[in-house]
Design a protein around this ligand. Structure first.
Ligand SMILES: [Zn+2]
Length: 467
């Protein structure tokens, strides 16, 4: 018993064409005309686009934040499905006095298995690397976890990495098919400014933004790129938020460094004025790097269209406003950092990118799923509409339109980041490995249907876009 999706317009990173898709046993069996033997369940997709399921390479779930507050768990990945995302890659933190792989195995068993609505990969989030952690890199790659995140900010904390740590990690990673990802902000600069603001009583959310200036991100981005150059290793810069950092990535790529970058939907459509909203409303928008001046948005959109930035991840990190975010009222260093975004990554890209003429439909699919699949070792199993690939498929209705509200959020928190935004288009039907799991905005699957996905070592599927 297969599935036949007829009359849709297939959109991939490279092509737009009309064809039918035959699905059998969880995989795409054929693409073309006159498919099937009549025994299939038929879905008519006339007037609809067909996308490969989305890949969100940057989510934080089931973790305890650096402020000691709890994030939402994997049951909320239903929100990702509502936005057409069928795979997420979640950060899993190395535990104190536990090996990386043991920490991650434990996280998988306790938090992912039996709970997730989408397929899940893991990024290792390291405590400052030492000889022991570097020695685990080959085993991580072997276990299907070929990515490690290093944190350049927060000096003095367990996760902070100095240049020595980053350089040695880059060198080791290159040897065994691992990819180093960095959160690039200059820690010293941030801490000086934060102290000054706190000492002078400037403690509203607005000052969180001012304590993370663009130049701090730009400086750390340059430094990471040059360390990657010195190590002759690839580098992935997560959540590029501003034009100056993006230009440094572009320069790095032009000079031959294999630097790949991600930006996030909130940097494309929200700006720093949100942080200044009265009555601590600004607290809802506190994340790091912070929202920037609106002038950064056009260059980031252009960088996506022109392939300087290849990936859009949500950096979903959801906290309730009441009872969690508001613990930082009157003292911004206590605000839990992070914003939700798993549900609306596609809607923001489509409504404010494609329909606004800033992003082609093919580029949207590319940054939303295909390049993430290639960079993170999921291609061609995921991220493409191709014979043999997992049947992670979205039937997208471009005619649908509504308004984003907290009431329509499935993210499991008490506010919507994009409250009041028009949302055009909808992932009307979403298939995960051939099963219909989301139908007209309703979850029709079950929690636990998502599997842990072992990913291939870095470089095995990645083909660098032309520079
Ligand atoms: Zn993040």
């Amino acid at each position: 018993m297969g599935i036949l999706i007829r009359n849709g317009v297939l959109v991939t990173a490279g092509d737009t064409y009309r064809a039918d898709i035959l699905v059998e046993a969880g995989h795409i069996k054929a693409i073309g005309a006159n498919l099937g033997d009549g025994s299939e369940t038929v879905y008519d997709a006339a007037g609809k686009y067909i996308f490969p399921g989305g890949i969100d390479g940057h989510v934080h779930l089931a973790q305890i934040s650096s402020r000691g507050t709890a994030l939402t768990d994997f049951s909320t990945t239903v929100a990702a499905l509502a936005g057409g995302t069928t795979t997420v890659i979640a950060y899993a933190t190395q535990k104190e006095s536990t090996g990386i792989l043991d920490s991650l195995e434990q996280f998988r068993e306790e938090q992912i298995e039996g709970k997730s609505a989408v397929d899940v990969g893991m990024h290792a989030y390291l405590r400052s690397p030492n000889e022991n952690s570097l020695a685990e890199f080959p085993a991580l790659a072997e276990a299907g976890i070929p990515t490690v995140k290093l944190f350049m900010a927060a000096k003095g904390s367990a996760v902070h990495c100095d240049d020595r740590a980053i350089f040695t990690a880059l060198r080791k990673a290159k040897e065994c098919g691992m990819l180093v990802m960095v959160h690039a902000e200059n820690s010293d600069l941030l801490s000086v400014l934060q102290q000054e603001f706190v000492d002078s009583g400037r403690t509203e959310p607005l000052w969180h933004g001012r304590a993370h200036p663009e130049v701090a991100e730009e400086e750390a981005t340059v430094r990471a790129i040059l360390l990657a150059k010195a190590a002759a290793a690839p580098l992935f810069v997560v959540h590029v938020s501003c034009a100056d950092a993006m230009r440094r990535v572009r320069e790095g790529r032009q000079s031959g460094v294999r630097v790949l970058a991600e930006t996030c939907p909130h940097y494309l459509v929200l700006d720093a004025s949100r942080l200044a909203l009265p009555d601590f409303e600004g607290g809802k928008y506190v994340c790091s790097p912070p929202l920037r001046d609106a002038a950064n948005q056009e260059p980031l959109w252009r960088a996506l269209q022109e392939s300087w930035i290849g990936v859009v991840g949500s950096d979903h990190c959801a906290f309730n406003f009441h009872g969690v975010k508001d613990l930082g009222k009157g003292y911004f260093p206590k605000i839990s950092n992070g914003v939700p975004g798993m549900q609306d990554r596609l809607h923001i890209l489509y409504t404010y990118g494609v329909l606004a003429g800033k992003l082609s439909l093919n580029r949207m699919v590319d940054v939303w799923t295909t390049t993430p699949a290639k960079v993170f070792g999921l291609y061609p199993q995921k991220g493409s509409l191709a014979v043999g690939a997992d049947a992670d498929i979205v039937i997208f209705d471009p005619e649908y339109s509504d308004i984003i509200t907290a009431a329509s959020s499935l993210e499991g928190i008490d506010y919507a980041l994009y409250e009041g935004f028009v949302r055009k288009g909808r992932a009307e039907k979403v298939f995960l490995r051939g099963e219909l799991v989301m139908d007209q905005g309703k979850f029709v699957g079950h929690l636990g249907q998502g599997r842990f996905i072992r990913r291939a070592p870095f470089g095995s599927a990645y083909d660098a876009p032309a520079l």
